[in-house]
Design a protein. Structure first.
Length: 281
């Protein structure tokens, strides 16, 4: 089977499960920082401050970190997104998404991209059963990767970086290509496409370094709605995608090499559970 480079679609979560970097190689966690238990007159916490940012040398700190164990809903949105390859690009005008935080480090997402066209041919794209120009992902799995950890293709965030990795969740059946670990399947001008692989984007540094506290952080300072941003570019994170499509001139299946997603995606947790924040533990 001939391999050529053409545009491939990396459909990822439109919200980032961001992390706050500290020293060490631990993944960022969702959780809460609260008062530690006491043994007699002494506290037994690992942290000395209410943000759980300073560790107690004696382990008699007044505060303790509790990783999130709940399932918390997310919603997200983004502006224009461009998926580029040598043969063209799939350009979408905007996107929305829903999903969950599941425990301390993982989550899920399902996204809908609007106004999608395969350029330079100006062919409208759509998922099967969706409206013209709409591409809907299958359910995606998300996980945070910190410095000292590696993504699925073996790359590692630089010191001071946190990535969000997105990949398929389970097997899905495409009407043309059959069952597979698809991120999404769709057609552009009647030409079938299906996408596998994974992609990681870099959480914007402002959100890596900040302490996101309920009521104190968020888009334009609005309490209870911290906006988490992640940037997908060729220069940052991992771009490890494989697209399969049907060549309309030969009517055969073609697997293509990597393609690149460019765009900044945002997510909002609303309502924000009391005390929920992100930290590096």
């Amino acid at each position: 089977m001939r391999r050529i480079k053409v545009v491939g679609l990396c459909l990822v979560a439109v919200f980032a499960l961001a992390a706050v970097m500290a020293s060490g190689a631990q993944a960022g966690q969702w959780g809460t920082c609260g008062k530690a238990a006491k043994e007699g007159k002494k506290y037994t916490g690992n942290y000395t401050d209410k943000l759980c940012s300073t560790k107690s040398a004696t382990k008699e700190g007044k505060y303790e970190w509790v990783p999130n164990a709940a399932t918390i809903p997310l919603s997200g949105e983004s502006g224009p997104t461009h998926l580029k390859g040598e043969a063209g690009e799939i350009a979408c005008t905007h996107a929305t998404g829903t999903g969950t935080i599941e425990g301390a480090t993982k989550g899920t997402a399902t996204d809908t991209f609007f106004g999608c066209k395969l350029k330079p041919f100006e062919l409208a794209c759509k998922s099967y059963g969706a409206a013209e120009g709409e591409i809907v992902t299958y359910e995606l799995a998300t996980v945070m990767i910190d410095h000292g950890e590696k993504g699925l293709s073996g790359k590692e965030p630089a010191e001071g970086e946190v990535w969000q990795q997105n990949t398929n969740k389970g097997t899905h059946t495409d009407p043309v290509f059959g069952p597979g670990p698809w991120l999404a399947s769709f057609e552009c001008g009647g030409i079938p496409f299906a996408v596998t692989g994974s992609v990681s984007g870099v959480v914007e540094k402002a959100y890596v370094e900040a302490k996101l506290k309920a009521g104190k952080a968020g888009k334009k300072g609005k309490p209870g709605k911290p906006t988490l941003k992640i940037a997908f570019t060729e220069k940052g994170g991992e771009q490890d995608l494989l697209t399969t499509f049907v060549n309309p001139t030969k009517e055969d299946k073609v697997e293509t090499g990597p393609s690149i997603q460019e765009g900044t995606l945002e997510g909002i947790i609303s309502p924000l559970p009391k005390g929920l924040e992100l930290d590096s533990i």
